[in-house]
Ligand binder design. Structure first.
Ligand code: 173
Length: 323
């Protein structure tokens, strides 16, 4: 067998058997997948971090990036982490509500992840992720990226009657309250859905619409944004518990370093807003009072849905996520 074929077989075996390869007693290799596309901004920012982890972690801990949604489909990544098919994933809660509906509540945080670590929110999240998801919530690598509605049909008020809008669980209740017809798809199907007219628009954060060429099929962005896109690293809990103290401490140090890079996102949001304008995407902005009501409604509806879904956990999270 040549080296390439051997690697392929080895990867398939490791995936299939759920083995965390323990090269020596001291060095562990963790298999990482992404629920987001490999050419998107999130993975583009993650890969240099993986390189750094590997360069500085020789003999302690290595991360093997397996791939994006072609390796494991977006909405199956959460279960792959839960069951240990992979050790680690980059994902967002909306993609693994099939593991636990509470995963999507993370869009409702109104404080930084640094503050979440200080005020107990991070620990409260981990209690739920451990118990319900068999996962460790490791680090949030995206902040200050509000979601928006992008559409090809203009509106003059927050009413999307007659529009078909692509969603994930992030947007469901809010967009339905705005009278939209909603269709759930993973990001990988948005371009085709727009091209074929299956949808008139979609929900997505302020940044990233150029990564999969959606700007070619987008006429308007609706302001203001709402919620905060949560993109995080999660890990299979047994795999996390199996780490030695040295491995866990090393990983923790690198996770905090990753979060320290989150200042990037504020400028990226401004840059992407300008880039959209340059690409001819027009902004639909409501007057100040309507804009405030729109944003407030997003949070009211988001928390109402969370409370209905899981009253006890929503009640624990709400004061910890608030400004
Ligand atoms: O696919 C989505 O619109 C979505 O839910 C999401 C969540 C976080 C970041 C980017 C997209």
């Amino acid at each position: 067998m040549n080296k390439r074929a051997f690697m392929k077989t080895a990867t398939a075996l490791a995936l299939g058997l759920g083995l965390a390869s323990q090269a020596t007693a001291q060095e562990v290799t963790l298999r990482l997948v992404s629920a987001f596309a490999e050419n998107g901004i999130y993975v583009q920012r993650l890969l240099p971090w993986v390189q750094k982890v590997n360069a500085e972690g020789k003999g302690v801990l290595q991360i093997n990036f397996i791939g994006g949604p072609k390796a494991i489909p977006t909405f199956e990544v959460g279960n792959a982490v839960k069951t240990g098919v992979v050790d680690m994933a980059l994902s967002t809660g909306a993609f693994y509500t099939n593991v636990m509906p509470e995963a999507d509540f993370l869009k409702l945080t109104q404080i930084s992840v640094a503050e979440q670590r200080k005020n107990g929110a991070f620990d409260a999240i981990n209690k739920v992720w451990n118990e319900k998801g068999n996962m460790q919530y490791l680090a949030r690598m995206v902040e200050n990226q509000p979601f928006h509605i992008y559409t090809n049909k203009p509106v003059d008020k927050p009413d999307f009657t007659g529009q078909k809008i692509r969603i994930t669980p992030v947007y469901r209740e809010f967009f339905q309250a705005l009278n939209a017809n909603v269709i759930t798809t993973p990001p990988g199907e948005v371009y085709t859905a727009l091209e074929r007219g299956v949808v008139d628009g979609y929900g997505w954060p302020i940044g990233g619409i150029f990564d999969l060429n959606w700007h070619e099929k987008t006429k308007f962005r609706v302001d203001p944004g709402f919620y905060d896109a949560e993109v995080s690293l999660i890990m299979n809990l047994p795999a996390y518990k199996k780490l030695t103290d040295a491995q866990r401490n090393y990983l923790q140090k690198q996770l905090l370093a990753l979060e320290a890079e989150n200042t990037f996102w504020t400028k990226y949001a401004a840059d992407e807003t300008a880039r959209q304008a340059q690409a001819g995407i027009k902004t639909i902005a409501f007057d100040a009072a309507t804009a405030k009501a729109f944003r407030d409604k997003a949070y009211e509806i988001g928390w109402a849905a969370a409370t209905k879904q899981s009253p006890e956990i929503a009640g624990r999270f709400k004061p910890l996520f608030a400004k």
